[in-house]
Design a protein around this ligand. Structure first.
Ligand SMILES: [Zn+2]
Length: 201
């Protein structure tokens, strides 16, 4: 396997599942663990895409099962919100089913509005928040996440005004213990329970 070459092409490396389209036949020839299907090169294995730019060959490097858990539909993940805008947030996945993951998978969180009271168009998660979410789709090798699942939502957050600690006012709102700023958050039950167990400020 061409590990060094793969490492030089970090941006192209992404996790794929069997059947995922990894390139078009105009771009690449199917290499290891890949096959051609119509106009596309398809992955045959769970692995990481590794294009060989010089030879225009695209390979899938299989990942060893013990150290390379890839999120599957139904898995619960814990991650840090990297950016959030409206109903979509990008999340760096740090644990899968409570097991640490160092693969830096990125998930796309869709914050559905059902079941959550929305008072504004601002995102109910903020960059820097730690969330627990469930994987509901892995279509096109994108890990689509939802927090409309048991025990999911924000599990750690701070005031976006001053950066200090916040407490839950309800399942959807937090209040800063320092500056008093009140803002929206899609909180997990765990966060709400923890807030209520603490003595009032
Ligand atoms: Zn504050």
């Amino acid at each position: 396997m061409q590990e060094s070459e793969g490492a030089a092409l970090k941006r192209s490396e992404r996790p794929v599942l069997p059947g995922d389209k990894i390139a078009t036949i105009e771009e690449f020839v199917a290499g290891e663990n890949a096959l051609t299907n119509g106009d596309f090169v398809i992955s045959k294995k769970v692995g990481i895409v590794s294009p060989d730019m010089k030879r225009r060959v695209i390979n899938v490097l299989p990942v060893r099962s013990e150290d390379s858990k890839i999120p599957k539909v139904g898995d619960f993940v814990i991650g840090t919100v990297e950016s959030a805008q409206g109903a979509i947030a990008q999340v760096k996945i740090e644990a899968i089913n409570d097991q640490r993951s160092d693969k830096s998978f990125t998930g796309m969180l869709l914050v559905h509005e059902e079941g959550r009271k929305r008072s504004s168009f601002s995102s109910p998660v903020k960059a820097g928040d730690v969330i627990r979410a469930q994987v509901f789709s892995t279509k096109n090798a994108i890990f689509h996440l939802t927090i409309d699942a048991p025990d999911c939502g924000v599990i750690f957050t701070v005031c976006s005004n001053c950066g200090e600690e916040v407490v839950a006012l309800s399942k959807d709102r937090v209040k800063c213990t320092s500056c008093g700023w009140v803002e929206e958050r899609a909180l997990s039950d765990e966060f709400v329970k923890y807030s209520r167990s603490r003595p009032p400020q």
